[in-house]
Structure formats: structure tokens, C-alpha cells
Design a protein around this ligand. Structure first.
Ligand code: HEM
Length: 425
């Protein structure tokens, strides 16, 4: 197999050439466990098959998350590690191994069950309705950038509510997480010449934002996720400050850009497959499977890195203790061995054993929330959109980790909501 793997992990390659599906298809067929040595990155094993990702993810003792989960360029990795304040010192759930991981996950898992998430229904549905109302405006038709005007706004409102971020700070948290996650994107990254200094400043701003919430919920606990985190105990002791901050941060960042990118990529898929949108408009029982197909199709979390802790043989390849491997979920979600016609967007797909939310130890904590919030927005759009079509070029974010579109121009016409219909004599 003739690739050094750079196109799989370089942020700019994703922006310039798109998601490398052709290469993955070839790799799945010819070299599903392939050793890559891209310039500027640590060497790694590229894992592209669904079955192999499942095997790895179910053995967290052998494949560790504790030394980082994103394959980023060496220079950037170094800059983050040099921070002994801010990110360098922040420890997050997604980068913990068992048994510690299980104690930390247990703190919030009750809030994310399907039953508990139902308590968020009103916030979720109001957010979806308000966004579509705003889009409709007075004239009920126009053009928008679906990425910023619709898809970003929805998870922002929901997660801010859960984490106690006041409405006036919503734009700040959005900007900060963009800067954190898309630090290679010229439009989204933080301004400043020195990457180290800008990362430190970013860490400090995030600290200040969440520290306010934490102090408030310690003095006035309420029945919400923010209070749970601010007052959490781990094995009988108060959760340390850096871990508490890290928990706020990972919940927000893991939940926001992923849901946003899924919604944007989903809308583009609907625009390119109008028969699928018509199907959804006619039959709301397809909403749940449509959400799963959107997550499979878009796979916003493109990859996860693991460190091999002991020698291990996979498909005849000898992985050594200390090696890195990178699991490409987006490749697994087009695996011909698992999906019929994997390159077709089919909202009724059943079964749909996609790995968009991962699998095993670190299976997405927010999957039920992500499902409900996407379902609500899709339902609102299916109810009210008369038409929605592409109105310009989509633009890919410079990122190989949380992957998606930063711009999606759309032209649309929207029907009044049923509430408005009732109000009109
Ligand atoms: C479409 C939306 C989403 C996608 C595609 C997605 C995807 C994922 C994936 C693939 C993982 C596994 C990481 C690994 O293997 O190490 C994960 C973990 C996680 N997700 Fe999500 N996610 C989404 C939405 C959310 C939301 C809304 C939240 C929170 C409110 C959230 C919180 C988390 C957290 C905290 C983890 C770490 C869990 C752990 O380490 O045990 N995610 N997500």
C-alpha cells in the first residue's frame, strides 16, 4: 500500500481535498492495518475496518487513551504539553483509562440516560422551533449559512443550558471552542503569532468562564448538570479543580462541534438526495433511523488515537508496546463488510451498526442527547421547510479530528409553524 498516511491526518488535506474516502476504500481492501509515517507526525498504524475498531475499543487495558486521543502534528502536540497551566494540566474523561475512567464517568452518566434526557425535551424543542422561526423571519424565504445560522446555534443553546453558561456568554464559549478544536483553520483559529501564547490565553479564558459557573453552583446548587459537576465526589473525595474544569470543557466541546457538524453534513446530504428529504416529510417514523444515518454519513468524530500498551497481533500485523494507532471511524462507517451500499445515503437504513458514537469503554456519553437534539431539529425542518437547496460552495473545516463543513450556503422557503397557523384566523 503506497501511502505515508499524511492525507489521513493532515487538517489541511481535509480542507483541500476533502475526507479521504477513496484512500480508505483502498486501504480496507488492501491494507486494513497499515503502518504510516507522515512527515511532521508520529508514525502510527491506520485502522480502517469496522471489526478491528470494535476489537480495539473493547480492550482499553491494551489500547490506552491516557496519552492523547487526537493525532495532531508533533509541533502542536508539544505546544499543548508544555502548558502546565490550562490544557496541559486539565485532565479529561475521554483521556482516562479504567479504573479511573469508570469512577469519573459514573459522576454524570445518570444525567445522560434516555429517561434523564427527556427532562431536556422542552429546551431542545424550543431551541429547534426558535431557530427555524428566526430563519423564516418575516418573509419566510431567503438564504442562510446553515452551518452558523442553524447547526451551530442549536447545540450551543442546549449545552449552555445544561452547563449553566448564561445566554450572554454563549458567543464566547462558541468562539473559544472553535479556537480550541479548529486551531489549524485560518478562519477559526485564535489570532496571535505565537501558538504557545495563544493556547495559554485560550486556556485562561475558558478557565474564567467555567470557574464562575462552578463557584455559583457550589454556593447555590440546583438540579442540573452544572451543579452535579461542581459538587462531584470521586471515591469519596471532592473532584479536584482541574478535573472539574476539564469535565465542563469536554462535555461542551465534545457535544457542540460534533452535533453541529452532523447537522450540517446531514442537511447537505438531504439537499443532494431530495428524495430522502421527501421521504422524511411524508413519514415521521423515519426520524430515528434518519438521525442514525446522518451520524453514519457524516461521522463528525473522524478518528481516535490509542497507545498500544503491550505487543498485540492484529490481522497478522505485529503491533508493539509503545506504538500509536489511529482508528478511522469514518472509514469503518463505509465498510462494505458491514453496510449494504455504504456510499448511499438511506434514511431508512436498518440495521445501521455505525461507529459514529464509538464503541466500548468510551462510547459517547452524550449519544442520547445528540440523538434527541438532532431529531428535534430534523422534525422541525421536515414539518416546515417547503424547499431548501444548496446556494453556493460548501467549505470544509481545516481539521482531521472533528470533521465537517464550516460553511453551507442554502436557499429556502419555510411554512408558518402550526402554532402560527392556529393563531391566524
Ligand atoms: C453527533 C454528535 C456526537 C458524535 C458524533 C459524538 C461522537 C463521540 C465519539 C466517537 C466518542 C468516543 C471517543 C473515544 O472513543 O474515545 C465520544 C465520546 C464522548 N462524547 Fe460524544 N459525540 C456526539 C455528541 C456528544 C454530546 C452532545 C455530548 C455531551 C453532552 C458528548 C459527550 C461525549 C463525552 C463526554 C465523551 C467521552 C466519553 C468517555 O470518555 O467515556 N458527545 N463521542
Amino acid at each position: 500500500m503506497n501511502t505515508d498516511g499524511l492525507d489521513l491526518v493532515s487538517s489541511h488535506a481535509y480542507a483541500d481535498k476533502g475526507v479521504p474516502h477513496e484512500l480508505w476504500t483502498q486501504m480496507r481492501a488492501e491494507a486494513p492495518v497499515h503502518y504510516c509515517t507522515p512527515k511532521g507526525f508520529d508514525p502510527f498504524w491506520a485502522i480502517t475496518r469496522h471489526a478491528d475498531i470494535c476489537e480495539i475499543s473493547k480492550q482499553p487495558e491494551i489500547f490506552s487513551s491516557a496519552t492523547g486521543i487526537a493525532m495532531i502534528a508533533k509541533a502542536q502536540d508539544e505546544a499543548i504539553r508544555q502548558q502546565n497551566q490550562g490544557f496541559g494540566a486539565m485532565r479529561v474523561l475521554i483521556e482516562m483509562d479504567p479504573p479511573e475512567h469508570r469512577s469519573y464517568r459514573a459522576v454524570t452518566s445518570p444525567v445522560f440516560t434516555p429517561r434523564a434526557i427527556k427532562a431536556m425535551d422542552e429546551v431542545i424543542e424550543t431551541s429547534a422551533r426558535e431557530i427555524v422561526d428566526r430563519l423564516a423571519g418575516e418573509t419566510r424565504e431567503g438564504e442562510c449559512d446553515f452551518a452558523n445560522d442553524v447547526a451551530a446555534a442549536h447545540p450551543l443553546r442546549i449545552l449552555s443550558t445544561m452547563l449553566g453558561v448564561p445566554r450572554e456568554s454563549e458567543p464566547d464559549i462558541l468562539r473559544l471552542t472553535n479556537e480550541l478544536f479548529a486551531s489549524d483553520d485560518p478562519d477559526l483559529q485564535r489570532e496571535g503569532e505565537d501558538r504557545n501564547a495563544s493556547l495559554a490565553a485560550l486556556g485562561m479564558e475558558l478557565y474564567q468562564l467555567f470557574d464562575k459557573v462552578i463557584q455559583d453552583r457550589r454556593s447555590n446548587p440546583r438540579d442540573d448538570l452544572a451543579s452535579l459537576l461542581a459538587n462531584a465526589q470521586i471515591d469519596g473525595e471532592s473532584m479536584p479543580m482541574m478535573e472539574t474544569l476539564g469535565y465542563f470543557l469536554i462535555t461542551f466541546t465534545a457535544g457542540h462541534d460534533t452535533t453541529k457538524n452532523s447537522l450540517v453534513g446531514g442537511m447537505k446530504a438531504f439537499a443532494e438526495n431530495p428524495d430522502q428529504f421527501e421521504k422524511l416529510k411524508k413519514d415521521r417514523t423515519l426520524l430515528d433511523s434518519a438521525v442514525e444515518e446522518v451520524v453514519r454519513w457524516t461521522t463528525p468524530v473522524n478518528h481516535m488515537k490509542r497507545r498500544v500498551m503491550q505487543d498485540y497481533e492484529l490481522r497478522g500485523q505485529k503491533l508493539r508496546a509503545g506504538d500509536w494507532l489511529v482508528m478511522f471511524y469514518a472509514s469503518a462507517n463505509r465498510d462494505e463488510e458491514v453496510f449494504e451500499a455504504p456510499f448511499e445515503f438511506r434514511i431508512g437504513r436498518n440495521p445501521n451498526r455505525h461507529l459514529g458514537f464509538g464503541i466500548g469503554e468510551h462510547f459517547c456519553l452524550g449519544a442520547n442527547l445528540a440523538r434527541r437534539s438532532q431529531r428535534a431539529l430534523l422534525a422541525e425542518l421536515a414539518d416546515r421547510v417547503e424547499y431548501m437547496e444548496l446556494a453556493g460552495e460548501a467549505e470544509q473545516i481545516h481539521s482531521a479530528f472533528v470533521v465537517g463543513l464550516k460553511k453551507l450556503p442554502m436557499r429556502y422557503k419555510i411554512r408558518p409553524s402550526s402554532n402560527e397557523n392556529q393563531a391566524t384566523p
